[in-house]
Design a protein around this ligand. Structure first.
Ligand SMILES: *Cc1c(COP(=O)(O)O)cnc(C)c1O
Length: 399
């Protein structure tokens, strides 16, 4: 799955370009950098891939989400609706702006259930943040319609879905803003990195300023620039951007390899007893980084997970037991364990997650198994793996 599987001279040469000038910062140093602007270059490529007018590359996907929320003007007293099946970064970024994370159930797309979103809307709701989990997209048309109806911002957490699409529109390009992650485990990696994309020029400018201490980037002399508002430092370095410049050119090939491998595994599992597959609102737009399927119940999912691991299959995830991706194990959030005090008003407004139940999401995630697709497998290996997986599933379901 991760782009680092296929590092080669392309990334090395990009890095050499940067080291030859020695300018590791993305801003300034005009004369010394001899025309090397790697962050800008990758931003232009992201715009092409995503089909958007603006892309801002920054230090992580988490920083991208926090920056997008700040640029949207979302903060104290505002509610952001997100799913309880995601990476912890989604709620972390909301808390970072002082807004309230309000979780709504997922459905068999493994993403936000539009009906659950409707139920979660209050007069304080400002944003709906669907998370396109495990390489494929949410029912984004319905979510967008809800946002239009209620005048809410749609912010796509597309950190796991760079390269996925919905009827021709790229993940991240549909909402007011979208966010990508290029961390070390994503399909395209900078080592660490992320991006905010949008078609809204004002939103882009606000994000651009916020992620660099409020600098308006009007000037080649950083000391002489204006600061329309205060920000943070979420900048990317030229070294990270250089790696991304090398990787992003390979995205199409990466997606094609994932799709080929996934098709083989899925065909082998189709018709296996008790197996049904994740619902994909647009199957043709799947970036195919994971094969996700459901077992009839939690116990069967546990047995099959054990059988798969015993058969030597790696990259198997039963998310129900996973500390990072599902609310069931987010003990720190439930215990309200924060490094520093949060405002009383925020704590009072936040649902008490130690005592909020998500029976609909539980019923899905407890039965869900995902298998990560690796690009480096040979066709022979994929074929063998497909047979092993099928046998392990049959064994697990019987026991
Ligand atoms: C990876 C990821 C992020 C955060 O990205 P980082 O670059 O690791 O900060 C956010 N949301 C989801 C769903 C992710 O998978």
């Amino acid at each position: 799955m991760p782009g680092f599987e296929f590092f080669d001279n392309v990334e090395r040469e990009q890095l050499r370009d940067v080291m030859d000038t020695g300018i590791l910062m993305r801003y300034g140093f005009g004369g010394l950098r001899r025309g090397q602007w790697k962050a800008r270059e990758m931003e232009a490529s992201i715009c092409c891939v995503a089909g958007v007018n603006h892309a801002l590359l920054l230090s992580s996907g988490t920083a991208a989400l926090a920056t997008a929320l700040a640029a949207l003007g979302v903060g104290a007293g505002d509610e952001v609706i997100l799913p309880p099946f995601t990476f912890v970064a989604s709620f972390e970024s909301i808390l970072a702006t002082g807004a309230v994370p309000v979780m709504a159930d997922i459905d068999e797309t493994l993403c936000l259930d539009p009906q659950a979103v409707r139920r979660a809307i209050t007069p304080r709701t400002k944003v709906v943040m669907p998370v396109h989990m495990c390489g494929a997209m949410a029912q984004i048309d319905e979510l967008q319609a809800i946002c239009r109806e209620h005048r809410l911002f749609l912010l796509e957490d597309a950190c796991q879905a760079f390269g996925a699409s919905f009827h021709g529109k790229m993940a991240g390009s549909i909402g007011e803003a979208g966010c990508y992650s290029f961390d070390f485990n994503k399909i395209v990696t900078c080592g660490e990195g992320g991006a905010v994309v949008t078609n809204d020029t004002i939103l882009y400018e606000r994000a651009d300023r916020y992620h660099d201490h409020g600098h308006d980037h009007s000037n080649d002399d950083r000391g002489a620039e204006g600061h329309p508002f205060a920000g943070y430092n979420y900048r990317i370095s030229e070294l990270h951007a250089a790696v991304g410049c090398g990787q992003i050119g390979k995205l199409e090939r990466f997606v094609a390899i994932h799709r080929k491998h996934k098709k083989t595994l899925k065909e082998a599992l189709a018709g296996a007893p008790g197996v049904t597959f994740r619902r994909l609102p647009d199957p043709d737009g799947d970036s195919a980084t994971f094969l996700s399927f459901f077992m009839p119940d939690e116990a069967a999912a546990r047995r099959v997970t054990v059988a798969l691991k015993a058969a030597g299959i790696d990259g198997v995830f039963h998310w129900y037991d996973n500390n990072w991706h599902y609310i069931r194990k987010w003990e720190h959030l439930k215990a309200r364990a924060f490094a520093h005090p949060l405002y009383r008003a925020l704590l009072d407004a936040m649902p008490d997650y130690a005592n909020v139940a998500f029976p609909q999401s539980d019923a899905i995630i407890s039965r869900t198994i995902s298998i990560a697709i690796k690009m480096g497998w040979t066709d022979d290996e994929v074929q063998k793996r497909a047979e092993t997986i099928r046998q392990a599933v049959e064994l697990g379901i019987r026991n």
